[in-house]
Ligand binder design. Structure first.
Ligand code: GDP
Ligand code: MN
Length: 386
């Protein structure tokens, strides 16, 4: 889950980092309320779930209140990097003496947090030469010590007189990453202002989706704070932690995992049908099958349902249990086709056959063809589950 910049900055501020004072604005009324309290000169930043805003016109500068209001009005409602801007952050501008880069991320090669620091901040980190980025792996049992942070800053080119200040920032950064179960926390740029203070001018925070239960409030805020993005059903899915996209076809799809879901959509397209949705339920197929199916069926275009399960490590009988319970609970009034293959398939097929009276297809192609034909001939359902 991506956390908007302004929420990430609040967390940094709470951890003792310096962040320029700012306000969030969503419309003209907010701007009017802000009125003369607007701090100038200021920076007006589009709050979108995408980076590289500086290069795409998503970060504007203003020297007086009138300019600031005009900049906010320009950004609000515009599209930056294919994202609709529904919210901007207006922050006091910091006179920059130097830009640094600091980040903590999950390092997949070691399975441990990696702290990165560079004196070449401001640009995309991919564009910084590898040997210009200092890095250190953290033992999560020991935590990230102030000494380790000093060593990292030193390796990143910070002079010894300033090491203490940088170490404090890096330790605080790690604490925010750790406390929120982040996958990534990146400050680019971290700047030294003309009067020598360090400020976090940007904040990219990505939370680990499997830690949702530990941070319900933060996830909820992150999901809703940028305004109503997506369709009503997409928002409902997001609140439940399901990745769902509403499409304009009529074959509803429930499959396990993003890869299989996309394959299923491709096969539907191959046989001339159109998918009504993408829905990723992955390893949680069992626990979330009912709300997932409810959302799939709430799309009024859905005329048939295609359930495609494929198990390797995941067990299809566990998935089938979830899907069958969901179908029994919701009772979709549309034709349903099953294709079930892999680990646990015999038990899975028996559950579907015995409890729903539906015979799963031996081949995915046949299930897909049935679902397409059924969608084409079945009438719209009045009062589909919603
Ligand atoms: P990004 O392009 O999406 O990563 O957006 P950033 O928040 O990093 O902003 C882009 C650039 O705008 C930064 O690298 C800074 O150079 C500049 N910038 C952002 N905030 C300020 C500020 O308060 N003062 C000044 N002078 N520049 C800023
Ligand atoms: Mn940035």
């Amino acid at each position: 889950m991506n956390v908007p910049e302004y929420i990430g900055k609040d967390l940094l501020r709470d951890a003792g980092l310096r962040v320029p004072p700012g306000s969030v604005v969503r419309n003209d009324a907010d701007l009017a309320v802000l009125g003369e309290r607007l701090l100038v000169p200021c920076v007006i930043k589009a709050q979108i779930a995408a980076g590289k805003r500086g290069k795409s016109g998503g970060v504007l500068f203003a020297s007086d209140a009138k300019e600031a209001r005009a900049a906010a009005q320009t950004l609000l409602g515009s599209t930056i990097n294919e994202h609709l801007v529904e919210c901007v952050l207006i922050e006091a501008a910091v006179p920059i003496a130097h830009e640094y880069y600091a980040a903590v991320m999950n390092d997949t090669s070691t399975g441990l947090p990696l702290v990165l620091f560079s004196s070449d901040g401001g640009m995309e980190i991919e564009d910084v030469p590898h040997d210009r980025i200092a890095r250190t792996t953290v033992d999560i049992r020991a935590g990230f010590s102030r000494d380790a942070a000093r060593a990292l800053a030193s390796a990143g080119g910070v002079p010894s007189s300033a090491l203490g200040t940088f170490a404090d920032v890096l330790v605080a950064l790690y604490s925010v990453y750790d406390a929120n179960d982040a996958e990534l926390l990146e400050i680019n740029p971290l700047v030294r202002s003309e009067n020598g203070d360090l400020y976090a001018l940007d904040c990219k925070l990505v939370l680990d989706d499997s830690a949702r239960r530990r941070h319900e409030e933060l996830f909820e805020m992150a999901a809703t704070s940028l305004g109503p993005q997506g369709t009503e059903l997409e928002r409902r899915a997001r609140r439940l932690g399901l990745l769902y996209m509403e499409l304009d076809g009529n074959v509803g799809i429930l499959a396990n995992g993003a890869g299989l879901t996309m394959t299923t959509m491709d096969v539907v397209a191959h046989y001339g049908g159109r998918a009504a949705n993408f829905m990723e339920i992955g390893g949680e197929a069992y626990t979330k099958a009912t709300p997932a199916l409810e959302i799939v069926l709430a799309n009024p275009r859905v005329r048939s349902l295609l359930v495609n399960f494929c198990g390797a490590f995941a067990q299809t009988d566990v998935m089938a249990r979830g899907a069958v319970d969901a179908i029994k609970a919701l009772g979709p009034l549309i034709p349903v086709a099953f294709s079930i293959h892999g680990t646990g398939e015999e038990a899975a097929i028996a559950i579907v056959r015995d409890e729903l009276g539906i015979e799963p297809y031996d081949s995915m192609d046949d299930a897909v063809r049935f679902a397409i034909a059924a969608a084409a001939s079945s009438p719209p359902i009045a009062g589909a589950a919603s």
